[in-house]
Design a protein around this ligand. Structure first.
Ligand code: GLY
Length: 368
């Protein structure tokens, strides 16, 4: 991509301005004026609460700006309220604590961050169901109705377990991550390389009871963000274990993704949606780009980095707002196909977009 350094400088300058005027917020999206909302009081346990801090840490790693560090640390400390609430802890601890505590530990060596990361990892490991060899997804009110749910997104949370094992030199967490990854290879990845979003297990016997469309269009469809979680998630499991099966699986999912990319390079919410349907998901594009870049580094297959550049160029030329009076970067994200709202800013799109652009220059901090 041309002028990448200039673009990174613009994103860095914009992020400093946005961070300064939103100093005490944990954003998820923006309002009609392009200003961040704040999840601090709305829901401190919301699964995306680590991404803004993660983006600040990525740019701190790039230029060591003290303001970015201070704000990221404040978010990490706020998340202690979540860490002390069993009902708010779920499968998404990797997203929350790798991008806050893990980043702080990597970049500053803070011992409190190590402590938080290990507590979060132990909680995630405790969600492992021995019968089905899966990490349980969402909570329920204690009636057990969600006890059998596992989701492809969880592949992105496994690095929290790998990291805990690396820090403690105790393989228990890694064994759980590998067991879940094997279950995901067997039951989530279809013969054509596409992925399920939700697999329902019988939590007592471990047998597969159902497969659901989840945030995608429906059963058997291909929710694009789920495909992106699969590409990046299996690649990360390979990077932590060097097990080639994970790399091959990531490659199969990537090949499916590339084969279904529209000419425009802009990614729909579901690859099976009608061509006229306007729903897009920039997050899927940005996350897939991160995974594809890592996949190219691991395999040497240039088609993966070429696809990543196509995705990032399409975002940059059509879906990136660098205006200083708007808090977001990406404009066309969607949480789920069946939601009423589509094509709006969501903070983790900006996180993955920034990580991917930094990767192209080899200036990212490895936070997974
Ligand atoms: N992890 C939930 C989502 O991707 O929306």
């Amino acid at each position: 991509m041309s002028d990448l350094n200039i673009l990174l400088e613009k994103i860095y300058e914009k992020t400093i301005a946005v961070a300064a005027r939103n100093a005490h917020k944990i954003p998820y999206t923006t309002d009609e004026n392009g200003r961040f909302d704040d999840m601090t009081e709305k829901n401190i346990s919301w699964w995306t609460n680590g991404f803004w801090a993660g983006m600040l840490w990525q740019l701190y790693g790039y230029r060591e700006n003290e303001l970015l560090r201070k704000i990221a640390v404040e978010i990490e400390e706020k998340l202690d309220r979540n860490l002390m609430d069993a009902g708010g802890m779920d499968h998404d601890s990797g997203f929350k604590w790798l991008l806050t505590s893990g980043a702080n530990l990597t970049l500053t060596g803070n011992p409190d961050s190590r402590n938080r990361l290990l507590l979060a990892a132990d909680n995630l490991a405790g969600r492992f169901n021995l019968a089905g060899r899966y990490i349980r997804a969402w909570n329920d009110g204690g009636d057990g109705r969600n006890a059998g749910l596992a989701i492809i997104d969880c592949m992105m949370n496994l690095p929290l377990l790998y990291k805990a094992s690396e820090l403690t030199r105790d393989p228990r967490c890694r064994f759980i991550a590998e067991a879940h990854a094997h279950t995901a290879m067997e039951h989530f990845v279809r013969p054509d390389g596409s992925c399920e979003h939700i697999v329902v297990f019988d939590p007592e016997t471990g047998k597969v009871a159902d497969k659901l469309g989840g945030q995608g269009m429906g059963p058997g469809s291909a929710w694009t963000r789920g495909q992106a979680w699969g590409i990046y998630g299996f690649t990360l499991s390979y990077l932590h274990t060097k097990n080639r099966e994970y790399l091959d699986t990531a490659g199969r999912i990537a090949d499916f993704f590339i084969a279904h990319m529209p000419e425009s390079g802009l990614i729909p919410v579901d690859f099976m949606q009608d061509a006229e349907c306007p729903y897009e998901d920039d997050i899927a594009a940005a996350c897939a780009a991160c995974g594809l870049i890592e996949l190219e580094r691991a395999t040497g297959e240039e088609r993966y980095s070429e696809a990543a550049e196509r995705l990032l160029t399409a975002l940059l030329e059509n879906r990136c707002d660098l205006a200083l009076n708007k808090d977001n970067l990406l404009t066309h994200c969607s949480a789920a196909y069946h939601d009423k709202r589509h094509n709006f800013p969501i903070v983790y799109g900006d996180y993955f977009f920034t990580e991917a652009l930094l990767k192209l220059e080899r200036k990212e901090t490895f936070l997974w």
